[in-house]
Design a protein around this ligand. Structure first.
Ligand code: HEC
Ligand code: HEC
Ligand code: HEC
Length: 444
């Protein structure tokens, strides 16, 4: 289930810096000699299995597989404010993938964002996190990837504006923003917490979506987990600025990450649904570790110290928008306030970060598209309202939900948000229906 990621990976003014500071020496990295592709039976099956779990934690498939294309064959367009970067083919095909890469070249790519031939890679590939991955884990990832089906597929050329299409400039960006070594460790917190820190700050790259970025596309150091942007969704704040009406505990985080749903918070949608989907094959102990560490990050936000019952009881009864109230009563309340069981029972909206968040886009996305059921599971289902609610009705509904359940100041510019969300949804539906959008030449 690949998609267009909009992780902002700016490198704009790198131009200036690269010219002035970086210089040619830094901009140049040696090539590592090609090898004949190793035979799949050269790898230990246990290490391959470990690599599979690690690849799931790193969501490699989400960015490296296009709908209808070969697994890991690349070609997914990743939009940035400066143009589009296409993901690489990381299957063991010798000519178009990484089949001729020795392990050392793979480790260098993960560690420092450099391709086998010495070219700098765009930080759209989240090596600012992957740099924290251990050698042993990189080796397992390598073993996993080198034993996949080779696919012959060359991704389309990047569409970046001049001079950002010049890779040596990335050296300047790295000089400024690429440091690595930022996994906190604290023996007093125990092995599980430290395991969680290693995964969250490294392979799982949670901050790539949840941390806001600066004008040059680097994660803001002083705003870790303060909320970020991806693919027309807001990745909610997870630190002590979280707007979750009820505090995220380690148990709640575990349930949300394991099952994609938690009774006091609701469901994971959009790009987060894909993260949860990937995590579904990952050992329980690792999901617990991630939850434990994130619970510590989320700290004790003053705004979310309520119990679920209090959060629901305190929803405002002020009738701010009668038109919105009527739509809610007719179209939403029967599922969201009736304690219906899953799959049709949605959380009381007073528990949902979608209505308390400073950014209304996720709420709009979900009301337009609904929540799709997962085949073979008793997963939540909600119909989409794109066809039955027009823009003016949607705005009235949003105002009502914000006042009644969010109890926060009104959102601005809702007309535009609704228009943009409809347009983005039309684009993403069209992309999903058109598997030929990249120049994949994958063998079946
Ligand atoms: C957020 C999207 C994203 C994720 C997640 C991601 N990648 Fe990538 N990756 C990219 C993009 C985009 C490129 C191409 C960058 C460029 O051309 O400069 C890339 C490039 C690479 C390369 C360099 C290939 C070459 O030919 O130079 C390797 C190796 C790689 N990724 C491995 C991985 C692995 C392993 C994972 C999972 C642990 C992963 N990637 C997860 C987006 C991603
Ligand atoms: C590809 C981008 C992306 C990555 C990577 C990502 N998230 Fe998210 N996350 C999101 C988005 C978008 C949302 C909002 C989803 C929604 O509206 O349901 C979200 C929501 C959440 C929420 C719900 C917050 C709330 O208050 O409702 C939690 C908890 C969370 N993510 C934890 C994590 C953790 C832990 C990781 C790393 C293992 C992670 N996320 C990685 C994009 C991402
Ligand atoms: C057929 C039942 C049904 C109807 C009708 C329905 N929903 Fe839902 N809704 C759900 C289910 C099930 C979920 C996913 C489970 C959850 O979030 O608790 C959900 C999730 C949501 C969420 C995400 C909550 C969160 O943070 O996880 C929002 C927001 C939402 N619905 C708003 C609405 C609005 C607004 C309407 C009316 C226009 C509506 N729903 C109508 C069943 C329904």
């Amino acid at each position: 289930m690949a998609r267009r990621l909009r992780i902002i990976t700016g490198i704009a003014a790198v131009v200036l810096i690269a010219g002035a500071a970086a210089g040619l020496a830094l901009a140049w990295r040696p090539s590592i000699a090609a090898i004949a592709p190793p035979r799949p039976d050269a790898f230990d099956p246990d290490i391959i299995k470990r690599g599979r779990d690690l690849a799931a934690i790193g969501s490699c498939n989400t960015c490296h597989t296009v709908p209808g294309g070969g697994n890991y064959a690349g070609g997914l367009p990743v939009p940035t404010p400066f143009g589009t970067v296409f993901s690489s083919n990381i299957t063991p095909d010798a000519a178009t993938g990484i089949g001729s890469w020795p392990e050392a070249a793979f480790v260098r790519a993960m560690r420092s964002g450099v391709s086998r031939d010495g070219r700098h890679l765009y930080p759209t590939f989240p090596y600012d996190h992957f740099t924290n991955v251990s050698d042993a884990d990189d080796r397992a990832l390598y073993a996993f990837l080198m034993t996949r089906q080779p696919v012959s597929a060359t991704p389309p050329a990047n569409q970046l504006t001049f001079p950002l299409n010049h890779r040596p400039l990335i050296a300047g960006w790295k000089l400024l923003y690429f440091h690595g070594g930022d996994v906190p460790s604290d023996a007093a917190k125990g092995a599980q917490w430290n395991r969680g820190a290693y995964l969250v700050e490294g392979l799982a790259h949670c901050g790539a979506c949840h941390t806001p970025r600066n004008a040059l596309g680097a994660e803001r150091v002083n705003a870790q987990f303060a909320g970020g942007e991806v693919d027309n969704w807001h990745a909610y704040a997870l630190n002590d600025t979280s707007h979750a009406p009820v505090r995220w505990t380690a148990d709640a985080l575990y349930a949300y990450l394991r099952h994609g749903w938690q009774a006091d918070h609701g469901t994971a949608r959009g790009p987060m649904a894909e993260v949860v989907d990937n995590l579904s094959s990952v050992p329980d102990s690792d999901v617990r570790a991630i939850a434990l560490y994130m619970a510590d990050i989320s700290g004790t936000s003053p705004s979310n110290g309520k119990s679920p019952a209090d959060a629901v009881a305190q929803s405002s009864t002020a009738q701010t928008d009668p038109a919105g109230a009527a739509i809610y009563a007719a179209a939403c309340a029967s599922c969201h306030e009736s304690n219906r069981p899953l799959p049709y029972g949605g959380v009381n909206l007073a528990l949902s970060t979608a209505v308390t968040s400073p950014d209304p886009r996720n709420l709009v996305n979900i009301v337009l598209a609904g929540v799709g059921g997962v085949a073979g599971e008793r997963s939540p289902i909600m119909p989409g309202f794109a066809a039955s609610i027009d823009d003016a009705q949607m705005v009235a509904l949003l105002k009502y939900l914000r006042a009644r359940f969010g109890k926060r100041p009104a959102w601005n510019d809702l007309d535009r948000t609704v228009r943009d969300a409809r347009a983005a949804q039309a684009v993403s539906l069209a992309a999903r229906d058109a598997p030929g959008e990249s120049s994949q030449r994958g063998k079946p």
